[in-house]
Design a binder for this molecule. Structure first.
Ligand code: GCU
Length: 603
């Protein structure tokens, strides 16, 4: 089912191509550019033994499925045919699209085709919003690139690989788990495989705006004037290009010229009275036009400051309590990976109904629309990379992988006013190697963005005689001390009233997880596990307990809705769902939902 896409695209005359990896730094605000969506029905081939990639000696073969070969003569032997293979909707995970693949972890090949028409005054980028986990991309039989990491975008310059007429895009996706991966072999969420987020062909000028950054500079509360720092980098290290930033509603404009590295930086000054600061109560976004030479793109940006002072978190200089909830990037109603603005609205409106002004997007970067919709709705965000549980701390590739995912997470979302915390890890075991790994990541994160807070979800390190201690060498690297605790679920709920906490750091504290499971509609005594009454009581006890913690600046209970996990196998109760949601997967509110809602309404 070949889809005809009549668009004007560059078939540059530079057909000098060599099959080197064509990965580029991530383009900022990709949706600002004219692009063609390649979403739709793609053919797929399930390739358990990677017959399409290796020969029978397990050497990569030149005659792989990426050739999209067809028999030319009657005697020709071609043992695959994409066009006769089934199709599935892209973007999506394969687990919920083909019931044979529900538990499948391995390789699946995808193929789509489109038409291109010559244009040689622009470039063409191929942009994947996310592919889980390990993928090879081929265009017209040529290797475009290899990417690992399931939750961050990547883009390639395919200008010189495009053909006039029919073009064939083939993607090999493998979601098998390995110890050296990020995340590693075990994790408590479904390992949804596939091309899980949007795919675009993006038309950009020969020299385009690779990245730009607008941030409100911190200032004294009484400051009469505020400063907005503006930085940009173009796609070529070249001086003399004109860059202009214009904020119509503030009548702010600045013309700048690139230096030899293709960079500009400046400061826009605005009277404090005129500037409406972004906050949950006032999610004000400003239209911003940024032009480079003759082309202009537009973004929607909010201005706010975030910082800590002793044990307080200050938004726009004012203490704020983060009324949060943790969320996985999963559609409701068993729908698989979330990837649309509608998915975001569903999950975020449930969170707002709970009384939240904050969400922890666990344990990996969620789709961009999740962050942007939260920004429009006035919801603050904790964004995290999947350095989860016991990572291969000594492995240099593992570190490079984690560092790349951190780079891409921050690159994609550093202009989002609602993101206040970058989290670099979750529940990691203490060791010198771990401290080095995470210490380096935290410091690196600050070089990428020194305007936001750094944190990670730690664990209680010692508990005796009802005294819970948090001794973690990582405290020196984080701005906010966050930890998960499961009193009432993995520990006895009756201990909650007696609990005391020793958190020897003069920093704000966030309880990044607490909670317990319940099956919606299952009722019984409050000491009967899996009943709504058990979960309700657990929340009552935990909220009373954490309210006494000195320096508590927020919490993100585990979790908004029940979500799929291969680690949860109790028949008739879990059935491959983690049941710690305050809502069922269908959005049915459990009793504990109302306990937390009431607590937040009083906060
Ligand atoms: C952990 C972990 C979560 C997990 C939760 C649970 O704390 O961070 O990913 O789902 O506990 O046990 O339900």
């Amino acid at each position: 089912m070949k889809r005809l896409l009549t668009i004007i695209f560059a078939v540059s005359c530079l057909l000098t191509t060599k099959a080197q990896d064509k990965v580029l730094p991530l383009i900022q605000n990709v949706k600002a550019y004219e692009s063609l969506s390649l979403n739709g029905d793609w053919h797929y081939i399930v390739d358990v033994q990677e017959e399409g990639y290796y020969d029978y000696r397990m050497n990569p073969t030149r005659w792989g499925f990426f050739q999209n070969a067809k028999p030319q003569r009657p005697e020709d032997l071609i043992e695959y045919d994409f066009d006769k293979s089934p199709t599935m909707k892209i973007p999506s995970d394969w687990n919920t699209q083909d019931e044979r693949l529900f538990f499948y972890e391995g390789t699946v090949w995808f193929k789509t085709s489109f038409q291109a028409v010559p244009m040689n005054d622009c470039r063409t980028l191929l942009y994947f919003a996310a592919v889980n986990y390990d993928c090879h991309v081929y265009l017209n039989g040529r290797h475009v690139g290899h990417h690992i990491g399931g939750f961050t975008p990547f883009n390639y310059d395919v200008s010189d690989l495009l053909r006039e007429g029919e073009n064939t895009l083939i993607v090999k996706v493998d979601n098998k788990r390995h110890a050296e991966d990020v995340p590693t072999q075990i994790f408590d969420w479904w390992n949804y495989g596939g091309i899980t987020r949007d795919v675009w062909l993006v038309k950009v000028p020969m020299v385009y705006l690779e990245d730009y950054d607008l941030q409100l500079t911190k200032a004294d509360a009484k400051a009469k004037q505020r400063e907005i720092s503006f930085k940009a980098k173009i796609s070529k290290a070249e001086a003399g290009h004109k860059v202009c930033v214009y904020i119509p509603d503030l009548k702010l404009e600045q013309q700048l010229t690139t230096d030899g590295e293709g960079k500009v930086s400046g400061t826009l000054k605005v009277s404090a009275k005129k500037l409406s600061l972004w906050s949950p109560a006032n999610p004000r976004l400003y239209r911003v036009d940024i032009s480079l030479d003759t082309s202009t793109i537009t973004d929607e940006i909010g201005f706010r400051t975030i910082e800590t002072r002793d044990k307080q978190i200050l938004l726009n200089g004012q203490p704020i309590f983060l009324k949060g909830i943790s969320i996985h990037n999963e559609k409701a109603n068993g729908g698989g990976r979330a990837n649309t603005v509608e998915d975001a609205r569903t999950l975020l409106s449930w969170a707002q109904d709970l009384g939240c002004n904050f969400v922890r997007l666990a344990h990996y970067p969620h789709h961009e629309e999740m962050v942007r919709e939260a920004e429009r709705m006035g919801i603050l965000v904790w964004s995290e990379i999947p350095v989860y549980w016991t990572i291969a701390w000594k492995n240099a590739q593992t570190y490079a992988n984690a560092r790349q995912q951190l780079t891409d997470m921050i690159s994609r979302d550093h202009n989002r006013a609602n993101i206040i915390i970058w989290s670099i890890a979750n529940e990691t075991p203490h060791s010198a190697e771990r401290d080095t790994f995470l210490g380096n990541l935290a410091q690196y994160a600050r070089t990428l963005d020194n305007t936001r807070l750094i944190s990670m979800a730690m664990e209680v390190t010692g508990a005796s005689n009802y005294v819970n201690r948090l001794n973690d060498n990582m405290n020196q690297y984080v701005d906010v001390v966050s930890f998960n605790q499961y009193i009432g679920w993995y520990r006895d709920v009756n201990d909650a009233p007696k609990m005391r906490w020793e958190i020897p750091y003069n920093k704000p504290v966030i309880i990044s997880e607490f909670g317990g499971g319940a099956k919606y509609g299952l009722h019984g005594e409050k000491n009967q596990r899996w009943t709504e009454e058990f979960q309700e009581n657990l929340y009552i006890e935990n909220l009373a307990m954490i309210d006494k913690i000195e320096g508590l600046a927020g919490t993100t209970p585990w979790i908004l809705k029940d979500f799929r996990s291969p680690r949860r196998v109790l028949p008739g109760v879990q059935d491959y769902y983690n049941m710690k949601g305050l809502l069922s997967d269908k959005g049915e509110k459990k009793k504990a939902f109302f306990v937390l809602q009431k607590w937040y309404n009083q906060k």
